[in-house]
Design a protein. Structure first.
Length: 200
């Protein structure tokens, strides 16, 4: 609206802004549609896509949350495209959830660097491993088995559904999601996905 109120109106910026609005509205529609499908137990949509590209898109999506808490992000992704077969939107939602959980955990850290690291690597023949680790306060090892339980949360305002839904999505893609303690500090969340077959 500010661009339109200029004299003369900056129509180029208006066009770009509206393009962003349309893109984000389409994405929100896709997310709501996938959540509805999941509630109805519909199988995930399967498409071949580049996992590295999807991860980079997620980092752009959450950049404001990352910047707000002065968190440094590093990625170590496998060379070249990493083709996987699955529901791109659902898998990106898993990554968004893991990253935002890490950001929230690190926001309470007052000393030392706030570091988020994401990497992809070959897990075994036909499998890809995705690792997200942070330098937050970590999770008490006694609760490792409970973090994926529905309604279990350590957050004061959390509902405890995020990680449970993430696990359901990864299981539905034939993978596995688990967590462990970071060696120095923080938490490590890892999940596996089957790589796309050559003829997919």
């Amino acid at each position: 609206m500010r661009f339109l109120e200029m004299s003369p109106p900056n129509l180029t910026e208006v066009r770009e802004a509206l393009g962003c609005v349309v893109r984000d509205a389409d994405r929100a529609k896709d997310i709501v549609g996938r959540i509805r499908s999941q509630i109805k137990r519909a199988p995930p949509r399967k498409e071949r896509f580049d996992l590295n590209e999807a991860i980079n898109e997620v980092i752009v999506m959450v950049r404001s949350a990352i910047a707000k808490d002065a968190i440094s992000v590093s990625t170590r992704l496998m060379d070249g495209p990493v083709p996987v077969q699955g529901d791109r939107v659902q898998l990106q939602q898993v990554l968004v959830n893991l990253i935002l959980n890490a950001v929230e955990a690190m926001s309470s850290v007052e000393e030392g660097m706030r570091e988020l690291s994401i990497r992809t690597e070959q897990n075994q023949p036909g499998g890809i491993l995705v690792v997200v680790h942070d330098s937050g306060p970590g999770i008490d090892p006694v609760n490792f088995d409970r973090v994926f339980e529905p309604f279990y949360t350590t957050k004061t305002s959390g509902v405890g559904m995020g990680l449970s839904i993430c696990q359901t999505i990864i299981n539905g893609h034939g993978g596995r999601l688990w967590m462990s303690a970071n060696e120095s500090r923080g938490a490590v969340f890892q999940f596996t996905l089957p790589a796309a077959q050559e003829d997919s």
